[in-house]
Design a protein around this ligand. Sequence first.
Ligand code: SF4
Length: 172
Amino acid sequence: MDTNLIEAYYKLRQEIDAASVKLEKHHKNQIACKKGCSLCCESLRLFPLELAAIRQELGEYIQQLPKKRFRLNPKACRFLVNNVCTIYASRPIICRTQGLPLLYENKQGTGFEFSTCRLNFNEVAIESFNQDNALFMSPFNSRLFLLNQQFVKQINKKKTDSFSRFKLNSLG
Ligand code: SF4
């Protein structure tokens, strides 16, 4: 496994964290996210590169996950316990940006699409968001996709391609 790709992933994660921290401070009065809220911890998927990076950081913990365990919500992430993320420092990129004001280039490339948690920014007009007060995700997502593409080529698994993703509710 090419550790350079995993290191490049960690660097990307750091950049996103740095941008996220600034936005969290800027919007602190409009963001309801807090420990114990797990509204966004279901139906998420992650790339093989991200899983490899988490495994590198938390190898034994991942291996010890029980194959099956009773869960009230089968869509909930395997790392969620009592509504708290048990791998918080190593959580995937998608988990690091949930709840922030996010902008994505639209399919036509003519403008932006906006996304955030339904609990946040209820008193703010969507039109007020731009690249200065929201996180423009498209360049980060492109970099993640390209890193993962290289990683998938290297691991060369028959059923895994650049678009394969693992469901966070069924890991283990
Ligand atoms: S990794 Fe953590 S933050 Fe991400 S979905 Fe799972 S429990 Fe939630």
